[in-house]
Design a protein around this ligand. Structure first.
Ligand code: AMP
Length: 453
């Protein structure tokens, strides 16, 4: 996270109060996205940020808003908020709120507006007026429609993880909320990818935005060691147990991703039967259960967190040594977000994907997206089929499929890929994103996925 060539926070034009808050948080050097975005936001420009969780984007949008609020006199009027931050998941909203309160100091007032939590408590806090509301779109729209919050005095609007919000079917409430705030606002939109739908949303909401980018789209974090173990769906339980029991693997803190809520529950149950401490987190769990699972995991009480893709972004737990994809994700881009839970803040991490015969097409989509062939090991029969099958075609620099190439033979024998295959390559500038599910033929598919996780 730290880079000696970067400036320090004091040169970005932040107040001494905020600098004190950052010092307490242990931040002394801005990340790339912070260095790019903060001065532009302080000038009043809109910002379109291509950045993932882990890049420091929360401070990139949060600090300029806090600086702006510091300059305002008096308190927010009853039933209004000065700033609104929209996030796709409750976990992410809770983290953003915690960060803002830590940096902003005691005078700052914030309210979390989330589904699954007491509406009454939120309504009461909003009635007094507040500096910042951090919300998920559904509950916020509900309270606004009920006249419990007015957005006419809101000066800052943040859409965090906009791509994820669109995936979750939040486009209509997001647009409606933005309309209520009106054009005299400063807007910041952050997204891990610049999918066409995100670009369209940005065109509608942002006014002459500055574009800032922390990492190239679709790139995977360099320090994550990725590999695939081929295993039939029934064999996956045994493979995971072997990995967890192997001291050489060093699985200290592990997130296991399952494709569905039901699958996540089943994996967590089997892990418990097999003698492991595991907690599960997914969309069917109550907010309290989700927070408790996260707390147990981040506090080190529980070694394994089993999650659906709802947890693929936004979870900021330090020291995750391994990400295990028990199932491949439906959407290849979620692979990048899942494995991004490890290898954070410059740490190394390991991502292991368990893949059965039916998941091979999904694996090929992942390989196309990250533009590398992942080393394979595992079930000898599946391995023989895999090496006999046509290899994944990685897109060439123009975004079209590149030449066919044989799989890395070392990788196929279970070893790590050699130097050439080991470096994840970012999609070259201007190259088109591979087209597949992301064209999102219909919004219906997104909502079906949302219902499963
Ligand atoms: P974010 O992308 O906002 O979720 O931030 C990812 C992690 O990086 C969080 O744990 C932050 O506390 C941490 N972080 C953000 N900015 C800095 C910084 N300038 N220096 C050190 N850590 C940071």
């Amino acid at each position: 996270m730290k880079d000696k060539n970067l400036t320090d926070f004091s040169s970005l034009g932040l107040s001494s109060t905020l600098l004190g808050g950052l010092k307490r948080a242990g931040f002394d050097t801005p990340t790339k996205i912070q260095e790019q975005a903060i001065p532009k936001l302080l000038e009043g420009r809109d910002v379109m940020g291509i950045a993932q969780t882990g890049s420091g984007k929360t401070a990139a949008f949060g600090l300029p808003i806090l600086a702006g609020i510091e300059e305002l006199t008096g308190r927010a009027r009853p039933l209004t908020t000065r700033a609104l931050v929209l996030a796709p998941t409750r976990e992410l909203a809770v983290q953003i709120d915690e960060n803002l309160r830590q940096w902003g100091g005691q005078k700052l007032t914030t309210v979390l507006v989330l589904g699954g939590m007491s509406r009454h408590a939120q309504v009461q806090k909003l009635a007094r007026g507040v500096d910042i509301v951090v919300a998920t779109p559904g509950r916020l729209k509900d309270l606004v429609d009920d006249g419990k919050l007015r957005l006419n005095e809101t000066r800052w609007l943040v859409l965090d993880e906009a791509d994820r919000m669109l995936d979750m079917g939040f486009i209509a409430p997001v647009k409606a909320i933005a309309r209520l705030i009106g054009p005299r606002r400063q807007t910041m939109l952050f997204s891990a990818t610049m999918a066409p739908e995100v670009a369209e949303l940005a065109r509608g909401l942002l006014n002459d935005p500055v574009r800032v980018e922390a990492a190239p789209q679709g790139s995977t974090v360099v320090k994550i060691d990725q590999r695939v173990i081929l295993a039939g769906s029934k064999a996956k339980r045994g493979v995971l147990n072997d990995l967890l029991a192997d001291p050489a693997e060093g699985m200290e803190r592990v997130i296991v991703f399952a494709r569905t809520k039901h699958g996540a529950d089943r994996v967590a149950k089997n892990l418990a039967i097999d003698g492991h401490e595991a907690a599960a987190i997914h969309g069917n769990k109550s907010q309290n259960a989700r927070q408790a699972a996260l707390k147990g995991f981040s506090g080190g009480k529980v070694r394994i967190l089993v999650a659906t893709d709802i947890a693929a972004r936004g979870i900021d737990v330090q020291g995750i040594t391994h990400v295990v994809n028990y199932d491949l994700p439906d959407d290849a881009e979620n692979y990048v977000h899942r494995i991004g839970r490890t290898g954070r803040n410059g740490a190394t991490g390991i991502a292991i994907t368990l893949c059965d015969g039916t998941e091979r097409p999904k694996l090929r989509e992942v390989e196309k997206l990250i533009r590398r062939t992942l080393p394979l090991s595992g079930d000898a029969t599946l391995l023989a089929e895999a090496t006999a099958a046509p290899p994944a075609r990685v897109p060439g620099p123009n975004g079209r499929p590149g030449p066919r190439s044989a799989r890395n033979p070392k990788a196929a024998s279970g070893g790590r890929a050699g130097a050439a295959g080991d470096k994840p390559t970012a999609r070259p500038q201007g190259a088109k994103k591979p087209r597949w599910g992301k064209s999102r033929r219909d919004a219906a598919r997104s909502s079906r996925v949302a219902a499963r996780v």
